[in-house]
Design a protein around this ligand. Structure first.
Ligand SMILES: O=C(O)CCC(=O)C(=O)O
Ligand SMILES: [Fe+2]
Length: 324
């Protein structure tokens, strides 16, 4: 894990930059701000910018920036992302994440997720406790590639922690740590898999049977791809399937699940910590926890980042950062 801890003086520089923006912006709209943010990010502390750029060039698996500013008067944790959106909760923190994120890659969002917002809220929501979405709590969030179904999925998923009172761990497995049998690796590198949209894109909530996921649209591909000496990974057992009747591919999925379970690492995000997970090199998830719904729940801001936003423009023939 590649980690930097900002000094208090460095944190104050970030905080002053955020104050300056909020002093002049009437209505906070991250999508409207996104083109301006990289220019502003040039004014982040040099040590932080160097750290993030070096992390990008090294394709670091997991990058953590600690001691970022979180508002002393932070509002209570909203009960679900839709309330956060409606009330504008945690806007300063959205800018903090955008500033750091743009030093690594380009922000984008999904029309199908959280109303097309570019910065998401990750907090538990009533009725979603056992769902396969980030609003879950009682059920663990299975290790996954973010938005596994899509060819333009993020190069990074980033999470900025505002609250985590029960020290709930974000789990991850680095492909470099995965000890896969050679035969399995060979199957995983072949185009024998189907990747389906997850429930956050579909609007489904709980208890999907496997057959239903299989019936969804899919993007075909391999699990392992890219440079043999430094491969990439695409995996989410809940939202992938083997092509019909391909029992060898099905077995490879199961073997991978078993291997993943043996290689899990975790990071406990504290308020002020932002983590940037390389979505090509690492799968991530979350440990279960008991939700409180009293304003003190765990609360993260989430931002998807792609290394070149023109990939989206070229795919959609639209100059939009929000994938329809
Ligand atoms: O809550 C976490 O730590 C991770 C959640 C997650 O996987 C996500 O929001 O994409
Ligand atoms: Fe995720």
């Amino acid at each position: 894990m590649n980690k930097i801890v900002l000094t208090d003086a460095e944190r104050a520089v970030v905080s002053a930059l955020v104050d300056e923006v909020f002093d002049r912006v009437d209505v906070w709209d991250p999508v409207a701000m996104v083109d301006e943010v990289p220019g502003l990010a040039e004014r982040l502390p040099l040590r932080l910018r160097e750290f993030l750029v070096n992390s990008r060039m090294a394709e670091a698996d997991v990058t953590v920036v600690a001691n970022l500013p979180v508002d002393e008067n932070l509002v209570p944790t909203p009960i679900g992302w839709d309330l956060a959106a409606k009330t504008g909760a945690g806007q300063r923190e959205e800018l903090v994440l955008l500033l750091c994120g743009t030093a690594l890659a380009d922000p984008f969002g999904w029309a199908t997720q959280q109303d097309g917002r570019v910065v998401h809220d990750v907090c538990p929501a009533p009725g979603m406790e056992n769902s396969l979405t980030s609003a879950s709590s009682a059920a663990p969030l299975t290790l996954h590639t973010e938005d596994v179904h899509h060819p333009c999925r993020g190069d990074y998923v980033s999470l900025f922690c505002l609250r985590n009172p029960d020290a709930v761990g974000t789990t991850f497995v680095r492909i470099a740590a995965l000890d896969l049998p050679a035969g399995t690796r060979e199957v995983l590198a072949q185009n024998r898999f189907r990747f389906h949209p997850d429930d956050s894109h579909i609007g489904a909530i709980v208890d999907l049977v496997e057959g239903e996921v299989r019936d969804r649209v899919f993007d075909p591909g391999s699990v392992i791809f890219g440079p043999a000496e430094r491969p990439y990974l695409r995996f989410d057992v809940d939202f992938m399937s083997a092509a019909g009747g391909d029992t060898e591919a099905e077995q490879a999925i199961q073997t991978t699940v078993d291997c993943l379970a043996r290689s899990v690492e975790r990071v406990i995000l504290e308020p002020g910590d932002a983590v940037f997970v390389d979505n090509y090199r690492v799968v991530h998830g979350r440990e279960p926890f008991v939700p409180r719904y009293d304003g003190n729940d765990r609360w993260l801001k989430r931002l998807n980042l792609i290394r070149d936003v023109r990939r989206l423009y070229a795919m959609s023939d639209t100059r939009s950062r929000i994938i329809a």
